[in-house]
Write a protein that binds this ligand. Structure first.
Ligand code: AHR
Length: 655
């Protein structure tokens, strides 16, 4: 990493190759629109193994034996039988382990986990299993964590005994503490003794989860989300809201209540791209709507659930018959109304009582709901209208997010925006996965938007580099920062923005770039993560006009800029230099109160040696922000001189 902050003023253009002086005027006396607390948020979708195998810390794949190939993820040995009259109505399958009939032959099952069962030496892992003895005697089992590839004397790195009593199904627990670190391990359960055991919902979690919650979230990943200080959490998708077809759409009611009885759903991303094919990608719903609301609360973000509008994925289902007929939408509308009751209803209501029974009697304070993901044309608008009417009638304070389709321009987009206004959506969700040139061009996108219509939610966006640069390099993040100065400048109508996708497993991704990459042991924040974090942590309070030659700073000499008040008498100016040359910037704070003189400038700058640098699990700190006080940058009572490095994004906090 190189030092990228020029710590002192230099006479303008003193350095060879420096661009001419750039005079940016910030109107300190013209505080405009409030930057909404929801402005910089997160979009979580279970893509790239973001939930099972990712944020949801469960380590056992197919824990309820409900994958269509019921033993997928498992290896059975000995006398193993799949049965379907288990204790959990919506997950009826389980396995019966019976003695092999020979003292030296064993019966059991191994689970391969998500890309391995990965455990660290000395850490605790909580094993649990629902079990019973199917015979008159106690059924004895051994549970082991094993390293199949080891050259050690033993494969076993942790072991515990479980004894299941005859009769009722019960949950048995054991803590496993491995004596070695294993990256590609397995969980093994096998029978000891002569009794027969039935086992169901086999689970293994690290004891050290986010906030120490049992059955909770991976701590490193949840912490990274919290560290972004997001104002919004959009969930659960994305395309998984729609499913590949209606039966596989996301149904929130299947994701609440005891985890053992949440029915499995396939994950549409397991076969969407056949070049990245993951036939074992399913949704256990262990991370369900209750957990999403809790996460939003934990990280201080407004929850924004996205609901199905009665349409399956329109890319994959063109026939009308693939969608819900207009006269049969009521159950879908009820899903939205019931969700609002689940989040906000008091404990005397049906769904509010369920929320309370799960551990949260206080309402979650839901304010927003999105209806439809990337939908388009009349099939969408005809369906959306009755949803809006029903929500307005029952919950007039809930703000509704509609869609502008999958593209940020074109016929679908042009049709949908006026339709969203007509139907009465409060916000319109725009998605843009575009290249560098598009991002820079669209830094002025919202300057001309109609201020009388719905507000904008940039619900999914990321710079997808052109010409094979479709990954998380620094330059993509820089393009995003440039565009985001345009979001901030237009905070009067842009109220929410969420980069997408959020999480990706290095061994299980379908889509890139993504904001955070992880494997089973660790995670890495990309340059895009740091851009998001710098905007969110420096959201400020109100927008200030920032101009160069009387125009918004959007491309002059490769510069992009926005400015806000900090809410405490100071100013935050964000400057992106997309060019190859350093730029000398004179910032003048026009209209500063007469008795006021600027005192300090603290610069936090994100830059890279090479614009194509990226952070990786092996080298996570190649591109990280650096903070420095620019003690000599104040040139006048109301003026600051900065040397802005090429290919850099800087946040300048001026007080
Ligand atoms: O973010 C990945 C996908 O991109 C989302 O699921 C979908 O809404 C969009 O097409």
């Amino acid at each position: 990493m190189k030092s990228i902050i020029a710590a002192s003023i230099m006479s303008a253009c003193a350095l060879a190759g420096w661009g001419a002086g750039n005079d940016i005027t910030v109107r300190a006396d013209r505080a405009g629109a409030v930057v909404q607390p929801t402005m910089y948020g997160l979009f979580f979708e279970d893509i790239n193994f973001a939930a099972d195998g990712g944020l949801y810390a469960e380590m056992v794949k197919n824990r309820s034996f409900e994958f269509p190939q019921h033993l997928q993820g498992w290896r059975a040995f000995g006398n193993v039988e799949l049965r379907s009259d288990g204790p959990f109505e919506r997950n009826p399958h389980y396995v019966r382990l019976s003695p092999s009939g020979h003292a030296h032959k064993h019966t059991g099952v191994d689970n391969e986990g998500f890309f391995g069962v990965s455990v660290r030496r000395g850490e605790e892992y909580r094993f649990s299993v629902w079990a019973r003895s199917a015979t008159a005697d106690t059924a004895r089992m051994r549970v082991e964590l094993i390293d199949p590839s080891t050259s050690r004397r033993t494969q076993v790195v942790a072991s515990a005994a479980v004894a299941a009593a005859p009769g009722e199904w019960r949950c048995y627990e054991a803590v496993l503490t491995p004596d070695a670190t294993v990256a590609k391990g397995r969980l093994r359960i096998f029978l000891e003794g002569s009794a027969t055991a039935d086992i169901e919902h086999v689970s293994l979690f690290p004891a050290d989860t986010w906030k120490g919650r049992r059955g909770g979230l991976r701590r490193d990943l949840a912490q990274k989300l919290a560290d972004l200080h997001p104002g919004l959490l959009r969930f659960p998708g994305g395309c998984i809201v729609e499913g590949t077809d209606l039966p596989t759409r996301y149904q929130w009611k299947n994701t609440v209540g005891p985890v053992e009885n949440r029915p499995l759903n396939e994950n549409r991303w397991h076969y969407t791209f056949t070049n990245r094919f993951f036939p074992d990608y399913y949704q256990s719903y262990g991370l369900g709507f209750y957990e999403y609301f809790l996460l939003a609360e934990d990280i201080g973000a407004e929850p924004l659930p996205v609901m199905n509008v009665g349409l399956s994925c329109q890319y994959q289902n063109e026939a009308d018959s693939a969608h819900v007929p207009l006269d049969s939408l009521q159950p879908y509308i009820d899903d939205v109304l019931d969700l609002i009751e689940f989040a906000n209803g008091d404990t005397s209501t049906r769904w509010g009582a369920l929320r309370a029974s799960m551990g949260h009697p206080a309402p979650f304070g839901l304010k927003y709901v999105a209806i439809g993901n990337e939908q388009w044309s009349e099939p969408y608008t005809q369906r959306l209208a009755p949803f809006v009417k029903a929500v307005r009638e029952r919950y007039p304070d809930i703000r509704i997010v509609g869609s502008s389709g999958p593209d940020p321009e074109g016929d679908k987009f042009d049709y949908l925006w006026p339709e969203m206004a007509r139907i009465g959506a409060d916000l319109v969700d725009e998605h843009y996965y575009r290249n560098e040139e598009w991002f820079l061009r669209n830094a002025t996108r919202y300057d001309g938007y109609d201020r009388r219509g719905p507000a904008v939610f940039a619900g999914e966006y990321a710079c997808h580099g052109a010409d094979g640069r479709n990954y998380n390099h620094f330059n993509a993040a820089l393009m995003e920062a440039a565009l985001m100065t345009g979001l901030e400048r237009n905070a009067d109508i842009v109220h929410m923005a969420t980069y997408a996708p959020l999480l990706a497993h290095t061994e299980g991704w379908q889509w890139r770039p993504d904001m955070i990459w992880f494997d089973n042991f660790g995670s890495v924040a990309t340059s895009s993560y740091y851009v998001q974090q710098l905007f969110a942590c420096n959201r400020g309070e109100r927008v200030l006009p920032a101009t160069m030659d009387g125009k918004p700073v959007a491309g002059q000499n490769g510069l992009y800029a926005s400015a806000v008040t900090d809410g405490d008498g100071g100013f935050i100016v964000k400057i992106v230099n997309t060019g190859d040359t350093p730029q000398h910037v004179n910032l003048t704070f026009a209209g500063l109160k007469k008795k006021r003189a600027l005192e300090t400038v603290v610069a936090t700058v994100l830059s890279a040696d090479d614009p194509l640098d990226e952070n990786t699990l092996d080298n996570p700190a190649r591109v990280v922000p650096e903070t420095e006080t620019l003690s000599a940058a104040i040139t006048e009572r109301d003026a600051v001189a900065l040397e802005v490095a090429p290919h850099s994004f800087g946040v300048y906090h001026v007080r």
